[in-house]
Design a protein. Structure first.
Length: 324
């Protein structure tokens, strides 16, 4: 394929097939790899491609009551992982990549290593999770003791740290907080090593539990991170603190969570809700259903307007006002 065919293919994805921006970017990345790295062909002409626009979407946020219902519907290690996601605002990959040394229960801190963008940060350990995490680490300690007795017990280390410290893969503090149940053979060292719990275990458990709890929203693991940020802002903490806890490089990314502070609609109270205060009661009391066409055309007699007469608020029916 030449310039014309590739450009037409990528543009067709955005115009006729209307795929998402991420789908088109994936196709573009594959073609860039093919032409630049395999065929060694310059591809500057790809700048002419019509790009799919990435829509601006507000995040889905659960109420505190919905979060409680979700956690009640979950069980086992996926429940503890979900509580860490909501309790500290972690991404799923960050929570599953926690090692024993990253959990400081005395200081109440979680150290996030190599988060999004390769940045480290520190977030909180909720008081509610101190004992559950302590018990989880004890289970990891016992599992590691059995693995060592069986001649295994190694984990993968970041970068080339295994070359600097050959015994480090067997140390307890490098073990995963949420380990997988099975081993795999490392292609470099030839050892049987244990990885952390697979992402899909929690990714399946969260939406399944949300449906079981009767939550009529699209709930994912990342929804818990959105809910954490929104609820912390609702509690009155400043946005810079939330930015640091979430690990956002730009505060404008954190600003998206200000859309649901205290109440919906940017915190603005609808004028319809203000009518109850102005009229001294419900402005539109319930009426019995009617089959009369005349009643439907003339309107409800119970809807009242008011005027100030001699300094007092007086109610009058709306059709009497129209006659005047």
């Amino acid at each position: 394929m030449g310039e014309r065919e590739v450009t037409a293919f990528l543009s067709d994805l955005a115009t006729r097939r209307q795929v998402s921006a991420s789908t088109q970017n994936q196709a573009l990345a594959a073609l860039l790899f093919l032409y630049r790295d395999v065929l060694d062909t310059p591809v500057g002409w790809l700048d002419k491609v019509i790009r799919a626009k990435r829509p601006h979407r507000t995040p889905t946020v659960l109420s505190r009551h919905e979060v409680a219902r979700l956690m009640t519907a979950m069980s086992g290690t996926p429940r503890l992982v979900a509580m860490v996601l909501y309790g500290g605002g972690l991404r799923l990959g960050e929570a599953l990549s926690l090692r024993v040394k990253d959990v400081d229960l005395d200081r109440g801190e979680l150290s996030i290593r190599h988060g999004k963008g390769g940045r480290d940060r520190v977030t909180m350990v909720p008081d509610t999770l101190r004992e559950p995490l302590r018990a989880q680490i004890e289970r990891v300690r016992e599992m590691h003791r059995r693995d060592l007795a069986a001649g295994r017990g190694a984990v993968a280390l970041p970068g080339a740290f295994h070359a600097k410290s050959p015994g480090a893969p067997f140390f307890l503090h490098w073990q995963w907080v949420f380990p997988a149940t099975r081993f795999y053979r490392d292609s470099t060292s030839g050892r049987w090593v244990r990885h952390h719990m697979h992402d899909t275990v929690v990714q399946r458990a969260v939406p399944l539990s949300a449906r079981r709890a009767g939550i009529e929203k699209r709930v994912t693991c990342h929804t818990l991170r959105h809910s954490f940020a929104t609820h912390v802002l609702e509690a009155g903490y400043d946005i810079r603190t939330v930015q640091e806890l979430l690990g956002h490089r730009d505060v404008r990314t954190t600003m998206i969570y200000t859309h649901v502070l205290n109440r919906g609609g940017r915190g603005v109270r609808s004028p319809l809700d203000a009518l109850e205060t102005a009229m001294g009661g419900p402005p539109f009391p319930p009426r019995e259903p009617t089959n009369s066409t005349h009643d439907m055309l003339t309107g409800p007699d119970s809807i009242s307007l008011g005027r100030v007469i001699d300094g007092q608020f007086a109610k009058t029916s709306w059709h009497n006002e129209l006659r005047r």
